[in-house]
Design a protein around this ligand. Sequence first.
Ligand code: FMN
Length: 187
Amino acid sequence: MTIPIWRQRLRAAQKREGAVAQARWVQLATVSQNGSPRVRTLVFRGWIDETQVELFSDARSDKFSELNHQPEAEICWLFPKAKQQFRLRGVIEILCPRSDSVACDQAWRNLTPRGRAVWTWPQPGAPFIGNDSMAINVDDNHPLPDHFRILRLATLRVELLDLKGDFHQRLLWTRSNQIWIEERLNP
Ligand SMILES: Cc1cc2nc3c(=O)[nH]c(=O)nc-3n(C[C@H](O)[C@H](O)[C@H](O)COP(=O)(O)O)c2cc1C
């Protein structure tokens, strides 16, 4: 399958940012059980097929009760050098070690020792209990934690706002029968 146009635009914007870590930071918005919004930063981990965004997280964090209640979510991805904002909307699938051991194990091994350590820390968002028992690095042999999760956003709608030039450009892509339809909107 060919790479959709919006992904080609996104790739070009990402390239302009260079190798900086920030070019992989995305904002993930979810809806809480009472309907109020939630948003936080996550690291973009890669593409699955041509349109699924892969993220890693911790099942002990709040976003999981939100996603179990409402799996629709949106990612906002800003590329400051390109002056472009991409908003990817879709449905999140959650992969866990028990049912998706191969994918989770591979993801866990591919993390850096420092990146891996976060999953060995105490319950995220619970009252602080001190740093004493918290590792800074966790080596490759550490077993995959049960609460490790892969999130895959199956993208169904993408909006690009491009601030370059005198007039801003706003484009919308929607997926219909495996085909991406492009529409230009007022900025
Ligand atoms: C630069 C940056 C990168 C982050 N990357 C991740 C990540 O990849 N996965 C993750 O679960 N949390 C990541 N976080 C922490 C989240 O923003 C958030 O605090 C955490 O996931 C708990 O969110 P929740 O309570 O809304 O579930 C990152 C935070 C920052 C500032």
